[in-house]
Design a protein around this ligand. Structure first.
Ligand SMILES: Cc1cc2nc3c(=O)[nH]c(=O)nc-3n(C[C@H](O)[C@H](O)[C@H](O)COP(=O)(O)OP(=O)(O)OC[C@H]3O[C@@H](n4cnc5c(N)ncnc54)[C@H](O)[C@@H]3O)c2cc1C
Length: 196
């Protein structure tokens, strides 16, 4: 078996990369030492989070959030996708000031996914907050997904052959360590062995 690209690791990153490359006509092999999704990708909280990120991450987080619509079509599953508004609370006036500043900073960057919520809105969103809470910053577009459902769909799609000419057959190969991946690469002629 020959491939254009070898990917080490059958987590969400490996599968997503395989899908994108296969859609561009590349043959891809994924090497996975355990089970696909056995590690972080099958055991996370499923938060597609823009709220509270370092401002340097915001452009990526917002773009990634938009890409979910595209990914849902790509992998043919809703991945348990649901919108679940999030609230960051201020427990003092000083904290509230910080949240107001954060909203202003984001607005100046052209983003409006985090908005100041007064006490009434905070209590509407979360009726049981403590009495001393003074307000909050709400993110109404926060999304959650079911990470396992997402991963299983991604694995299924990344393994599916595409088209007649460039069937990108993605194979999940059990191997125990990087060395085995390297050996497999030599065996398939994808890399020259140092002994050669
Ligand atoms: C408890 C928890 C909660 C989280 N919550 C969130 C959240 O709410 N929102 C969010 O966006 N992110 C969250 N994350 C982070 C998210 O899960 C990870 O960023 C993401 O899953 C990483 O994907 P990955 O494919 O890079 O890594 P992994 O899923 O770890 O996949 C890497 C794969 O590579 C394989 N591998 C490693 N070395 C080799 C080798 N030498 N040869 C072959 N295979 C190899 C491993 O077996 C593994 O399957 C959370 C993580 C954890 C642990």
């Amino acid at each position: 078996m020959k491939a254009d690209v070898l990917i080490v690791g059958g987590g969400i990153m490996g599968c997503a990369t395989a899908i994108e490359l296969a859609n561009k006509g590349k043959k891809v092999i994924i090497f996975e030492k355990d089970l696909p999704g056995r590690h972080a990708s099958g055991n996370n909280s499923g938060g597609v989070r823009c709220q509270g990120r370092d401002v340097r991450e915001i452009p990526f987080a917002v773009e990634a959030r938009k890409m979910w619509d595209h990914h849902l079509q790509t992998i043919g599953s809703d991945c348990g996708f649901y919108v679940s508004p999030r609230l960051r609370l201020a427990e003092s006036d000083a904290e509230m000031e910080q949240l107001v500043k954060r909203e202003e900073t984001l607005k100046s960057m052209g983003y409006d996914h985090e908005v100041v919520a007064d006490l009434e809105e905070v209590r509407r969103l979360s009726p049981n907050v403590a009495d001393h809470v003074v307000g909050g910053l709400a993110c109404y577009t926060q999304v959650h997904i079911d990470c396992l459902q997402c991963l299983i769909s991604a694995i299924r799609v990344s393994r599916a052959p595409r088209g007649n000419n460039f069937a990108a057959l993605t194979r999940l190969v059990a191997s125990h360590n990087m060395l085995q991946c390297e050996r497999a690469a030599y065996r398939h002629g994808l890399r020259k062995s140092p002994e050669q």
